[in-house]
Design a protein around this ligand. Structure first.
Ligand SMILES: NC(=O)c1ccc[n+]([C@@H]2O[C@H](COP(=O)([O-])OP(=O)(O)OC[C@H]3O[C@@H](n4cnc5c(N)ncnc54)[C@H](O)[C@@H]3O)[C@@H](O)[C@H]2O)c1
Length: 313
């Protein structure tokens, strides 16, 4: 185990942030967690996290970073459809908020920041598997992530920040967002099938997505703390394989022993046909995402059964 560190996680009440906090605590690190609970839920914050209910746009943010060895900046407005509806708030949280996190880090004397980018940066790129090179953001969400990335690069260049940008593909696992009107595809299928309702497939079901399990993602997060080769770089965080939405439907239906057929609805605007990560850069530093998808799906189903459906009874 590496030497115990003090890490800050923004977005700690969300899906990836709460799982990251669990992994950091399990590795013996101390975790300060920041969230404004605009979206995440308090019950998701792991016991042991020193939680601060604060917005990343708060002018006094630096006080929460004192003594930190590293900051994981994950807080964001991140549902593509919500961002399309409100570009102003999207820019406020994802751009101004991100700059405030970097500026607060500089004031607090913390120069290690690992921050969330997104595979949506590749919305207009048609190279598969997609390497980290060219980006072509299109939606308001993706453009806001691109702006955050450019500010991170400027902080690296002019303020000596040791940055790592993580371009998550479709991360799945327990606590994946189940609260949106249209949740991510796996949660959406699980929720509906567990309730005995017909899930919707938007479009034909042949869209392909690169899904990566949250424990594999945490393995990379931990490497970012310990491996200086990750500094100054951006990485695709996917599995390097993809599955069609229809395949995922069949897998989840079979795990739940359900015969319910999905309802086909018109395509959602702005959805990519294919995502597939070229993960050779992350592999070079020893990362090997290896989660078994059926097992990952079972754990996700168990979470929804225990924390969403039973809690609602
Ligand atoms: N989940 C994925 O598959 C995925 C894919 C690509 C990129 N990402 C990025 O990874 C990061 C984490 O994603 P997630 O799936 O855990 O999202 P999430 O919505 O579950 O968590 C985000 C958290 O940020 C908090 N937050 C939002 N605005 C805030 C603000 N102004 N101040 C403080 N806290 C605020 C929310 O309350 C929430 O708890 C995001 O930056 C997202 O854009 C996620």
């Amino acid at each position: 185990m590496s030497v115990a560190k003090r890490v800050v996680v923004t977005g700690v009440a969300g899906f990836i942030g709460s799982n990251l906090a669990d992994a950091m605590l399990a590795a013996g690190h101390r975790v300060v967690g920041i969230d404004n609970l605009s979206y995440g839920v308090r019950e998701q914050i792991p016991v042991g996290v020193d939680f601060r209910h604060v917005d990343i746009r708060n002018p006094g943010l630096a006080a929460h970073f004192d003594g930190a060895d590293a900051i994981f900046h994950l807080a964001a407005k991140n549902c593509i459809l919500d961002c399309q509806d409100d570009p102003l708030e999207t820019a406020d949280v994802n751009v101004t908020g991100t700059v405030n996190v970097f500026e607060a880090a500089r004031r607090a004397g913390v120069n290690r920041i690992i921050y969330a980018e997104s595979s949506s940066l590749y919305e207009g790129v048609n190279v598969f598997p997609t390497p980290e090179g060219a980006v072509a953001p299109e939606s308001f969400y993706a453009v806001s992530k691109a702006a955050g990335m450019l500010f991170a690069e400027a902080y690296r260049r002019f303020a000596g920040m040791r940055t790592t940008g993580l371009r998550y593909f479709c991360v799945y696992g327990p606590r994946q967002d189940y609260r949106r009107s249209i949740p991510p595809v796996m949660s959406a299928f699980m929720l509906k099938l567990l309730r005995g309702e017909r899930p919707a497939i938007y479009g034909s079901g042949d869209k392909r997505r690169d899904f990566v399990y949250v424990d594999d993602v945490n393995d990379f997060h931990l490497r970012c703390l310990d491996d200086p080769r990750t500094e100054g770089n951006v990485y695709n965080i996917g599995s390097g394989t993809n599955h069609s939405v229809a395949e995922i439907y069949r897998k989840i239906a079979s795990l739940l022993d359900s015969q319910i057929e999905p309802e086909i609805r018109p395509d959602l605007p702005g959805e990519a046909q294919t995502t597939l990560a070229d993960i050779s850069a992350a592999r070079k530093i020893g990362w090997n995402p290896s989660a078994d998808m059926d097992e990952g799906l079972r754990r996700s189903i168990d979470f929804i059964k225990q924390h969403v459906l039973e809690a609602a009874v």
